[in-house]
Design a protein around this ligand. Sequence first.
Ligand SMILES: [Mn+2]
Length: 431
Amino acid sequence: MTEQRIAGEIVSADNEKRMTALNADYDALGAKLARDGIDIDAITGKVAQFFVAVPSWGVGTGGTRFARFPGIGEPRNIFDKIDDCAVIHQLTCATPTVSLHIPWDKVNDPKRLKAHGDALGLGFDAMNSNTFSDAPGQEKSYKFGSLSHTDAAIREQAIKHNIECIEIGEAIGSKALTVWIGDGSNFPGQTNFTRSFERYLDSMKTIYKRLPEDWRIFSEHKMYEPAFYSTVVQDWGTNYLIATELGEKAYCLVDLGHHAPNVNIEMIVARLIQFKKLGGFHFNDSKYGDDDLDTGAIDPHRLFLVFNELVDAEHRRAENFHPAHMIDQSHNVTDPIESLIRSANEIRRAYAQALLVNRKALEGYQDDNDALMASETLKSAYRTDVEPILATARLQAGGAIDPIAAYRASGYRQAVSKERPPVVGGSGGIV
Ligand SMILES: [Mn+2]
């Protein structure tokens, strides 16, 4: 029996208040979709099987370069973080896995961690290594890079850390390692582009050799920050080269915030799918840079267009297509649990909307060069309010019709704040 962090009666009582309205809305939407030959229950069933991993670092309050304003009842350690993740999954039924960050989530006994996850019905998604900051007591500094550093001893330290992440991951049932590095330069001439990339590739090849047979390794590109002139893994082209150089277990991770404004991310996604190298996503949203805002908060249409590519690939059974879905956000002014609940729902919303696209009609309009109707085919799916589908998927799985309302009704945050003293400082979650 899975332990629950929020009493089942609280969720049922909140659901009870909303049940009649939801049923009416679901029936109305079902009738509308039926006129287009779409079976609403089939869509709901697919949505219910769509999951996204919550980042352990996302349940703590994030910060900016300027300050961090802690909330109340913040998790003190990875066990508290997993408790918070369990709340998100209990209410959304969309987030059955947690993505860990080492060394932030390092524990002496990974088996205890696995047992804690098991008790709450949670598994572990990709492991995330950290060689972009110095851990307390660390021998050598990553100030001037890690896997691409000019000093072989520092590269060696960074390689060892990644291997340690794999070992912890093996103990808790993870099947992937995500590597994001902050390596780069702040000034033209500071580093040699070619030599630093060669050193990076050599380091990654050593890590790759240690990868278990059934694991995947994800490299994550980022245009800038913390380095402001150049980064070693700056764009999807470089990322594709890495995945190709390393081998069949290596894939590209797309973090939505790691591109210049207005970049056509959905097209990058399509290219990576076509060449069998899309590893997965770090979902978030942004207005100006790597803002790490809640997924779908700024540009839900872009999220829909990304999902349109994913559903297209699913529809035509693209080869080697099994992307990992993870959230990567920094919650600076909201309760992180609420932000993550909302984000998981927004990701499912984009998926549901993309499922409604009439792909046969779209293909016909594309072949006939009917630009307006091709566009309209996407827009009509995007305009559909799929909330009754999302809510029904949650309800049928034992979650909440309105998860944020149920969460607020539970008083969870106030309750845990009594046993969790305020945390000063801490990591910002800017990955
Ligand atoms: Mn990321």
